[in-house]
Design a protein around this ligand. Structure first.
Ligand code: GLV
Length: 410
């Protein structure tokens, strides 16, 4: 082939690739037109994503009793319909830790987000900022603190696991300070790991284990391959390159498994409080006594959560514990809710039972896996609009007016 023909063939190939790229982007966006619920996003995510990663986020620990209760128990709380109230001026706007937010929603910390969609943490953070709600980056994220900070306009929150290597924990906090994270979410319900059977059955590893079954499953998801291959990273960005003697994926996974620390206690929370100068949020409270202890540490907010049914199986649903924890806390500390939110109706119930805002985890990851940044924005939009309608039908105009009066007496 002469050089001119070669160049023309190259140009044609590159046009083809651009068209393929455009089609890949268009596919998910077209599918989004028919999406009306978080469940629709879940179904698109399930279709797009290798099973090991979808199951990682979708499933829970052991018999999944708590995972199921988290969803089912919302239905015990029925709304009191209020008619002929002028609700024309209603709004989901509120404040979260003193900052204005477009809705009482926060994107929860979720590990491995960048394996659901390439650069998933950056896309989710951008969507959250565009929609006016906070985003929380997990310690176990794929994109690092610095990666995300370099690609978004505003500060985000950082979630911390206290690992055995306290020097590394201190360094992580210093990195979160350096990139100007606006709150630290300390997760306190994972010093021992609840087993998720499905992860073991799926051979869930990062990057994926190269078993024949996994390879076939991955080969069937071209959109996922394209998005994750385009992403910056395919392993834990906050850890890789920051640990002495850890320079391969294998040594990183050995290091991570050795880092869960069963000795963790309230003294460690005091230590974190002493080295983190900003807003501190303690996540993973499911009992009144622990709520009291968390407040004594000087936390600015606590999150009622059972880790989305991924830890203590057999624990009560988070929603069933919320009212009594709210009563124990009084008005002194901001109360957030997590575990099971899939709709604006769920948010309304959590606010009625005493929460000031709600974290969503799976709900936004389904959106991310369905269509990247647009899918995350869609998840936030669906839940916000459902909340706005529910407020209207309950005769409420402002988020701060949502209280026990919107629920029937039980
Ligand atoms: C970690 O936080 C997990 O739930 O997998």
């Amino acid at each position: 082939m002469i050089a001119r023909d070669k160049a023309a063939a190259g140009r044609q190939r590159s046009r083809q690739l651009n068209r393929q790229d455009a089609r890949r982007e268009q596919g998910p966006l077209r599918a989004m037109k028919r999406v009306t619920t978080i469940d629709d996003l879940r179904e698109l995510h399930r279709r797009n994503t290798p099973r090991a990663f979808f199951d990682y986020v979708d499933r829970g620990s052991y018999a999944e009793e708590t995972l199921r209760a988290n969803r089912a128990d919302f239905e015990h709380y029925k709304f009191r319909q209020k008619i002929l109230v002028d609700v024309d001026a209603r709004s989901t706007a509120t404040t979260i830790l003193g900052e204005p937010a477009a809705a009482p929603l926060i994107l929860a910390p979720v590990g491995l987000t960048g394996m659901q969609w390439g650069d998933g943490e950056i896309h989710a953070c951008r969507a959250a900022q565009k929609m006016g709600v906070p985003f929380t980056l997990s310690t176990m994220s794929i994109c690092s603190l610095e990666d995300v900070a370099a690609h978004v306009d505003k500060p985000f929150w950082f979630q911390l696991y206290v690992m055995r290597d306290r020097g590394f924990v201190k360094a992580l906090i210093e990195r979160a300070i350096a990139v100007k994270c606006s709150a630290l979410v300390l997760t306190v319900d994972l010093q021992v790991i609840g087993q998720r059977h499905q992860d073991i059955k799926n051979g869930m590893t990062v990057p994926p284990e190269l078993r024949l079954k996994n390879l076939i499953d991955i080969a069937l998801r071209p959109a996922w391959i394209a998005s994750v291959m385009r992403g910056k990273r395919r392993t834990f960005g906050n850890l890789m390159g920051h640990l002495k003697g850890v320079d391969s994926v294998k040594s990183l996974s050995q290091w991570t498994n050795s880092q869960f620390d069963p000795t963790l206690s309230w003294k460690d929370v005091d230590w974190i409080r002493s080295i983190w100068p900003g807003k501190l949020i303690i996540k993973g409270i499911l009992e009144e006594g622990d709520a009291g202890m968390a407040i004594k540490t000087g936390a600015d907010a606590i999150v009622v959560s059972n880790h989305g049914g991924r830890q203590l199986d057999g624990a009560p649903s988070a929603i069933s514990m919320l009212a009594r924890i709210a009563q124990a806390v009084g008005g002194d500390t901001e109360l957030m809710f997590d575990s099971g939110i899939r709709s604006g109706q769920d948010v309304m119930r959590a606010l009625a039972l005493g929460a000031k805002s709600c974290m969503i985890g799976r709900a936004y990851i389904y959106g991310l896996g369905a269509a990247g940044e647009a899918g995350v924005a869609k998840a936030i939009d669906i839940i916000s609009k459902e909340l706005l309608t529910t407020m209207g039908l309950c005769g409420v105009n402002r988020v701060s007016d949502i209280g026990p009066q919107v629920l029937m007496d039980m």
